[in-house]
Ligand binder design. Structure first.
Ligand code: NAD
Length: 530
């Protein structure tokens, strides 16, 4: 219980540390990388605060050094998933009665640990386990995760202040209760920050959580779990249970006390989970909240007045950094015929400078894609384009999985704006460009709006206000995050609230009040003075 309403200061964004310019920080990061590579880390399940082990070791490999095991774990089975449910339900009684200051204090401490003493460790785990360059890791695992936590705490305390009007002889309050039951967080491989944010956001609001991390991001996600424990998170509030999705679906998602699902990952998996939950809808004690941020097919749309250097920089950065494995990545570009030759010469000269290597080379711009499965899927798209009469690979197209899962940045030029690589999420370093007739901008905008089922990110480039207005209006629902004369990636917590519509998710904007509200079950209390 709280006897005051503490004011939390608006946080400042965590500053990006430049490991190339800071020799001490760079040496620390290199040491953390070497330490993690000495022997595989054994990652337990954490249920009710205790480490648990089952049988049958499963490895997390280093994608750019595919024979090397980074970490290993024993997956949760039905029994462990059931124990996790019990632990979450038991811990809930006490956790939801804590004052909001006590709850938030734990997480703000965790943010300081991430940004401080654990910064190199969490970056090293992300770089090795998810093949992120130092920069991609720093903006994700250190900065974005700390920002998510700090801003969510700040927004939570603002939310608690939002109260109904009073009247004569009565007061009313909105009590932001957590959801009844427990929340399940299922997290993707590609952002360590999302791994941490999905269980933490509901827990900030007083919920207890079962967190199934992606096994492809196991070590970085386990580092977060350990940091939370060190920050004082009570046992059972977040239970870390890597295991088979199918077991989780059967033993946790069907439980009558399921209060909510906080998911980020592919549209296919979210559809499946929604469908399974839908089938059981009559069995739940309350309607579970379903929040899912899913796939994308980010686009760049330019007219003939666009600034070509800005356009080339934006396309390059958004299409290829982190190997195109960002949900926001630019995967298709619409360029006027007259502009293309000049843009291509700029793009070509920039593509020549990209370094593809292991992330231990701090000069690398790109590294390996996450897994053999991802490699096979992405190279399948490249081969499909190679054999397609309407498409031409004009850059890259080479790949090798000998040492690790390396795919060269690839540019496809297509004459068919509805070709497979213009429509489907590839999630790799592959960009498809469609050149449109200069006098067909309006028709091409309509096409861009309808070509893909996704609506996550998009960028429009022009120096003519009327064209920007037309683009913005035609593409109003084509992106949950729209950028004007800027790249479609790189959203910053609290500046560009992130999330998309259509088949890109429920658009609940992680890291904002809109998302936190989903983890509450508000109760109105009217108090009449007698
Ligand atoms: P994925 O869908 O393969 O896996 C996501 C999570 O779901 C993992 O933890 C996985 O183990 C789990 N899972 C898989 N099958 C399951 C099942 N049957 N039951 C329960 N859980 C199951 O996605 P991924 O490869 O980890 O991540 C890439 C995808 O995530 C891309 O589609 C990308 O666009 C999307 N993504 C979206 C956003 C966003 O904000 N919209 C952000 C990051 C990633």
């Amino acid at each position: 219980m709280s006897f005051a309403h503490t004011v939390i200061e608006q946080p400042r964004h965590e500053e990006i540390r430049n490991y190339q310019l800071n020799p001490d920080a760079s040496a620390n990061l290199k040491k953390a990388i070497a330490d993690l590579k000495t022997f595989p880390t054994e990652v337990p399940l954490v249920i009710d605060g205790k480490d648990r082990w089952t049988t049958g070791w499963q490895p997390q490999m280093i994608p750019h050094e595919k024979e090397k095991i980074l970490a290993q774990y024993t997956p949760a089975g039905p029994a462990e998933f059931r124990q996790a449910v019990k632990a979450a339900l038991t811990a809930k009684t006490e956790w939801m009665r804590f004052s909001f200051e006590a709850r938030l204090g734990v997480f703000l401490k965790a943010a300081d640990l991430i940004a401080g003493p654990y910064r190199e460790e969490i970056n090293a785990a992300t770089m090795l386990g998810q093949s992120k360059t130092w920069f991609e890791s720093e903006i994700d695992a250190a900065c974005e995760l700390a920002d998510f936590i700090r801003f969510n705490c700040y927004y939570a305390h603002l939310l608690y202040r939002e109260q109904p009007l009073a009247a004569e002889h009565e007061w009313s309050s909105l009590v932001y209760r957590p959801l009844e039951g427990f929340v399940v967080a299922i997290t993707p491989f590609n952002f360590t920050a999302i791994g941490g944010n999905l269980p933490i956001a509901p827990a900030i609001m007083g919920n207890t959580v079962i967190w199934k991390p992606s096994c492809e991001a196991l070590l970085s996600n386990f580092t977060i779990m350990n940091i939370l424990r060190e920050a004082g998170l009570p046992d059972g509030v977040i239970n870390f249970v890597p295991g088979k999705g199918q077991d989780l679906s059967e033993h946790v998602l069907t439980h009558p006390s399921l209060g909510g699902l906080h998911f980020t990952g592919s549209t296919r998996v979210f559809n499946l989970l929604w469908e399974n939950i839908g089938k059981k809808v009559a069995d739940y004690e309350a309607y579970p909240r379903l929040v899912g941020e899913t796939g994308g097919k980010g686009f760049v749309f330019a007219d003939s007045t666009a600034d070509l250097d800005l356009l080339a920089d934006s396309i390059l950065n958004a299409s290829f950094h982190y190997q195109g494995q960002k949900c926001s990545a630019c995967s298709r570009a619409y360029i006027p015929e007259s502009t293309w030759p000049d843009l291509w010469s700029r793009l070509e000269s920039r593509l020549e400078t990209l370094v593809v290597d292991t992330v231990e080379n701090f000069e690398a711009d790109l590294s390996a894609v996450i897994s053999q499965q991802a490699f096979d899927k992405i190279t399948g798209y490249i081969e499909e384009a190679r054999n397609n009469q309407t498409s031409q690979i004009i850059w890259g197209g080479e790949y090798s999985d000998e040492q690790g899962f390396f795919i060269q940045p690839t540019v496809i030029l297509t004459r068919d704006p509805t070709s497979k690589t213009m429509q489907e999420e590839i999630f790799g370093p592959v960009l498809t460009v469609y050149c449109y007739e200069d006098n067909e901008m309006a028709e091409t905008l309509a096409l861009c709006n309808q070509t893909s089922p996704y609506a996550l990110t998009g960028s429009i480039f022009s120096n003519r206000l009327a064209n920007l207005e037309l683009m913005e209006n035609t593409l109003r629902y084509a992106a949950g995050n729209m950028y004007i004369n800027d790249k479609p990636t790189g959203s910053v917590v609290a500046r560009q609230p992130f999330g998309g519509g259509r088949k890109s998710g429920t658009n609940d904007k992680s890291g904002t009040k809109l998302n936190l509200i989903r983890w509450t079950n508000p109760q109105t209390v009217k108090r009449r003075f007698i």
